[in-house]
Ligand binder design. Structure first.
Ligand code: ADP
Ligand code: RBF
Ligand code: MG
Length: 179
């Protein structure tokens, strides 16, 4: 299987983890670390709403696999566009305020409104299976050791100050935006 490759990928996004609607873990059993509105507003215009896979790290720690959603969460009739990352690792703790780095590497499907929560959960489990299948491919290994993941956090991020937010396209590292 080969998922859709898009011109603006890979996309590297770094920002603070903020509170969302508190639904991810409670209702779905799938916690999602939400980026700030500032990060969501800076996403490339050509990035369509939907479900993506890639890699992620928290506070410059280990690089794990992830799946993420970008959009208005039609299942919940949300007004707010969010970017939410589910990291494929059991943290057994919250990390609100931490710096999250994600490398968005591929697109899986559009955001969908399902007839039940169980269907949404089943779809996300299927997304995770597809992400794992893709990320098993050797071509993705190089992203784990990218400078984007290995560079230390800057002092503002360590102190949880809201200055460390950016989006970059590693095919052209000069394109980096910060708020
Ligand atoms: P919220 O609506 O506030 O985003 P969630 O129910 O989606 O709440 O829970 C998300 C929070 O759970 C994250 O911000 C993070 O602190 C924590 N968390 C724990 N494990 C994970 C994980 N594997 N992936 C993403 N977030 C996780
Ligand atoms: N929300 C939707 O309304 N429709 C979806 O198809 C959908 N797919 C998702 C796929 C993944 C991999 C993840 C992590 C989230 C997805 N969500 C989707 C978002 C989900 O509704 C959201 O995480 C919860 O509402 C918690 O905020
Ligand atoms: Mg969340």
């Amino acid at each position: 299987m080969c998922l859709k490759r898009l011109a603006f990928l890979p996309l590297m996004v770094e920002g603070q983890v903020v509170r969302g609607f508190g639904r991810g873990s409670k209702e779905l059993g799938i916690p999602t670390a939400n980026f700030t509105d500032e990060v969501v507003k800076k996403l490339p215009l050509e990035m369509e709403n939907g479900v993506y896979f890639g890699l992620a790290s928290v506070d410059a720690g280990a690089v794990d696999r992830m799946v993420l959603s970008v959009g208005w969460n039609p299942q919940f009739h949300n007004q707010l566009k969010t970017m939410e990352t589910h990291i494929l690792r059991d943290f057994s703790r919250d990390f609100y305020g931490s710096t999250l780095r994600v490398a968005v590497l591929g697109y899986i499907r559009p955001m969908t409104s399902f007839t039940s929560l169980d269907e949404l959960i089943a779809a996300i489990k299927d997304d995770i299976r597809k992400a794992n299948d893709e990320l098993d491919k050797p071509e993705y290994a190089k992203y784990c050791s990218q400078d984007f993941f290995t560079r230390p956090l800057d002092s503002a991020a360590k102190e949880n100050l809201p200055s460390k937010e950016g989006i970059s396209d590693i095919s052209n590292n000069s394109q980096e935006f910060r708020s």
